[in-house]
Design a protein around this ligand. Structure first.
Ligand code: 4NP
Length: 163
């Protein structure tokens, strides 16, 4: 069983989108039924809230339902509970590294490091922008999800088969 935690700042825009996009890609490809997928924020501001309505709408345009998700904050236990912790941007990565317990087992890395051919390192924060920013988040998280799935399959972490 492989476990993956997607992390951004507020856990209402980028990381819930990443969670939904990656879960949907796994389902559509018939892989990763035993994957544990979650998301969290480095900040506590939006704990308990639904994803931003603009993120829900953007995902819905791609057939992905984010409405059941609720924001939570990253905890020290996440570093032993998850195999991969994937940060949306360099600030999230720095915050995660600063709170990482010494005995942590999780691999902490930038999500877009798995987006092959993508020159961006960060998924830009869409919170203060328009709808096109949310569409861009979908596009980037799809690319990175595809690359990350390939990474997991290549390492034998999940079986590559279609149902
Ligand atoms: P996220 O976006 O980190 O992708 O969830 C943000 C959500 C809320 C805020 C900033 C970024 N905020 O300042 O409240």
């Amino acid at each position: 069983m492989v476990s993956v935690l997607f992390v951004c700042l507020g856990n209402i825009c980028r990381s819930p989108t990443a969670e939904g996009v990656f879960r949907s890609m796994c389902h559509r490809q018939g892989v990763g039924a035993d994957l544990q997928i979650d998301s969290a924020g480095t900040a506590a501001w939006h704990v308990g809230k639904r994803p931003d309505a603009r993120a829900v709408a953007a995902a819905a345009r791609h057939g992905i339902d984010l409405s059941p998700l609720r924001a939570r904050q990253v905890t020290p236990q996440d570093f032993s509970g998850f195999d991969y912790i994937l940060a949306m941007d360099e600030d999230n990565l720095a915050d995660l590294r600063a709170m990482r317990p010494a005995n942590a087992l999780a691999r902490v890395e930038l999500f877009l490091s798995h987006a092959l051919g993508q020159s961006l390192c960060d998924v830009p924060d869409p919170y203060y922008g328009g709808d096109d920013g949310f569409e861009h988040v979908i596009e980037l998280t799809r690319e990175a999800s595809a690359g990350f799935l390939t990474h997991l399959i290549a390492r034998g972490k999940i079986a590559a088969h279609r149902r």
